[in-house]
Ligand binder design. Structure first.
Ligand code: GDP
Length: 435
C-alpha cells in the first residue's frame, strides 16, 4: 500500500489533564480530520478561546474549525444522550456541528443506562474506585464479555437495542434487591425513552474506518486525539489504577483502525507540574501542602487542579522523568509539548526538584515500571534545578523566555532524548510557544 496521507498522534505522557485539549486545538488547524480514539464522556478537554470556555467530552476538538471533519472512533465508548447534549451545548456556543463535520463509528460501543447504574452503585459502596460514574468500566466489561452493543444498532436494529437496554436495567434491579434503600428502575419505560432519544444520533453513524482510510489514501491528514494518558493505559499503566481503554499510540491505531505506516509524528504532552486523581502510587507527590497549594491554584481558576466532575483537589507532584521516559518508549513519541510552565512560577523557591531516576530494591531505574506495586516501592532520585527569574507567561517565542526557563527546558530535552517543540505558558490560545 502506497503511503499518501499522514497521521499525527497525540498522547498524554503522565496521568491525564496535561493540556492535550489546547494542543488538539492548535494542531486541528493544520489537519483535515481530527479523530478521537479512546475513552468516552469520562474525559474532556477544556479550551479557552477569546474569553469563552469550551468543554469537549466526546466531540473531538477539531469542531472549532469549520473545515475539519471530526471522527468519534471505534475505540471510544459513546454515551449517546451525553453526546447529543454536548452537541447541543456546543451549538449554543455558536459552534456548527452536523453529520457533515461529525462522524461516529458504527463500531463504537454504546454506554447504556445499566452501565451508569452499576458505576453509581459501586461508587456509592465500599468498593468505590473514584470513577467519574460515566459507566466506562461496565461498558468495557460488556465489550470484552462480548455482550455489548455498538452504535450500529441505532441504524440497523433499534428494537434489539431497546430490548438490550431493558435487560441491562433489569439485571441491575435484581442486584439492587440486596442493597438497602435501592429504588428499582422501570426497565421497560426507561428503555423506551432512552432509545427514542438515542436514535437522534443515527444521522451521525458512519463507517469511520473506511472513511479515515479513504481520506488517507486521498492524501489527507489526520490528527489522532486521545483522552487520559499513557499511565492510565490498561496494559501499560499502573494497573489497577487505570482506565478501561488504550490512551496510547497502539490504542490510536486500533481505536481508529488505521495502519502504522501512516504515522508521521507522535506528540507527547506533559505538564510541568504533574497531577494525580484517585488511588494509586504517585512517586513524586508533593507532601508539603504549603507548596502544593500554590501549584494547584484555586478552585474556579480555569487551570486550577481540581477534578472536573468531582471538584476534588488533585494531588500535584514534581516532574517525573522516569515515568515520562517510559511513556516516550511505549508510544514511540517523536516530540514533546510541555504545558503549564507558568505554574512553576507560583512558588517562591530558588530551586525545584526534578526526578531523574528511581531507586527500586537497591537498583537505580531510569524508566518507571508499569506496575502499581513496583511504583509503590520506588523512591525518586531528585536533581535540584534552579527556578528561573522572570515571567514566562508573557513570552510568545523561545527567545522571549527567561534564560533560566530555556535552560530548564534544554535540561529536560537532554534527559528525555526528544525535542520539546511546543511550550504552554498560560491557558490562552496565544500562550503557546512553538519552536
Ligand atoms: P487534557 O485532559 O489533557 O485534555 O487537559 P485539558 O486540555 O483539559 O487541560 C487541562 C487544563 O490545563 C485546562 O484548564 C487548560 O486551560 C490548562 N492548561 C493547558 N495548558 C496550560 C498552560 O500552559 N498553562 C496554564 N496555566 N494552564 C494550562
Amino acid at each position: 500500500m502506497k503511503k499518501r496521507g499522514r497521521v499525527t498522534i497525540l498522547v498524554g505522557l503522565q496521568r491525564g489533564d496535561e493540556g492535550k485539549g489546547r494542543l488538539s486545538d492548535k494542531l486541528a488547524a493544520v489537519h483535515d480530520i481530527v479523530a478521537r480514539y479512546n475513552g468516552g464522556p469520562n474525559a474532556g478537554h477544556t479550551i479557552f478561546v477569546k474569553g469563552q470556555t469550551i468543554a469537549f467530552h466526546q466531540v473531538p476538538a477539531g469542531a472549532l474549525y469549520p473545515k475539519v471533519l471530526n471522527v468519534v472512533g471505534n475505540g471510544m465508548y459513546v454515551d449517546p444522550l451525553k453526546l447529543l447534549a454536548e452537541i447541543a451545548q456546543l451549538q449554543s456556543q455558536g459552534i456548527k456541528i452536523s453529520p457533515k463535520n461529525l462522524a461516529v463509528s458504527y463500531a463504537a460501543h454504546l454506554i447504556l443506562p445499566h452501565h451508569i447504574l452499576m458505576d453509581e452503585l459501586r461508587e456509592g459502596g465500599s468498593g468505590a474506585q473514584g470513577s467519574t460514574k460515566a459507566g466506562i468500566a461496565y461498558v468495557a466489561a460488556d465489550k470484552y464479555e462480548r455482550v455489548g452493543v455498538r452504535a450500529e444498532l441505532l441504524d440497523i436494529d433499534p428494537k434489539l437495542l431497546e430490548k438490550t437496554v431493558a435487560e441491562g436495567i433489569n439485571k441491575v434491579n435484581q442486584l439492587g434487591q440486596q442493597i438497602k434503600d435501592f429504588k428499582p428502575v422501570d426497565a421497560g419505560a426507561e428503555a423506551k425513552l432512552w432509545t427514542a432519544e438515542a436514535l437522534k444520533l443515527k444521522p451521525y453513524i458512519a463507517d469511520s474506518a473506511k472513511l479515515l482510510n479513504d481520506q488517507l489514501q486521498a492524501g489527507k491528514s489526520v490528527l489522532a486525539e486521545g483522552a487520559q494518558a499513557s499511565w492510565l493505559d490498561i496494559d501499560g499503566g499502573m494497573y489497577p489504577y487505570v482506565t478501561s481503554s488504550h490512551p496510547t499510540t497502539g490504542g490510536a491505531l486500533n481505536g481508529l483502525r488505521i495502519g502504522y505506516n501512516y504515522i508521521d509524528k507522535v506528540i507527547g504532552v506533559m505538564k510541568a507540574v504533574p497531577s494525580h486523581v484517585g488511588g494509586g502510587p504517585f512517586v513524586t507527590a508533593i507532601d508539603d501542602e504549603s507548596v502544593a497549594k500554590h501549584l494547584r491554584g484555586s478552585r474556579g481558576d480555569i487551570d486550577g487542579e481540581f477534578g472536573a466532575t468531582t471538584g476534588r483537589p488533585r494531588g500535584v507532584g514534581w516532574l517525573d522523568l522516569p515515568a515520562i521516559r517510559t511513556s516516550i518508549r511505549d508510544n514511540g513519541v517523536t516530540e514533546a509539548a510541555l504545558t503549564k510552565l507558568d505554574t512553576l512560577q507560583k512558588i517562591s523557591k530558588k530551586t525545584i526538584p526534578v526526578a531523574v531516576a528511581y531507586k527500586y530494591r537497591g537498583q537505580e531505574l531510569k524508566e518507571a515500571p508499569s506496575s502499581a506495586y513496583m511504583l509503590q516501592r520506588c523512591q525518586p532520585i531528585y536533581k535540584e534545578l534552579p527556578l528561573w527569574k522572570g515571567d514566562v507567561s508573557q513570552a510568545r517565542s523561545w527567545n522571549d523566555l527567561p534564560e533560566g526557563a530555556r535552560k530548564f527546558i534544554s535540561f529536560l530535552e537532554a534527559e528525555i532524548g526528544i525535542p520539546i517543540t511546543m511550550i504552554g505558558v498560560g491557558p490562552d490560545r496565544e500562550q503557546l510557544i512553538t519552536r
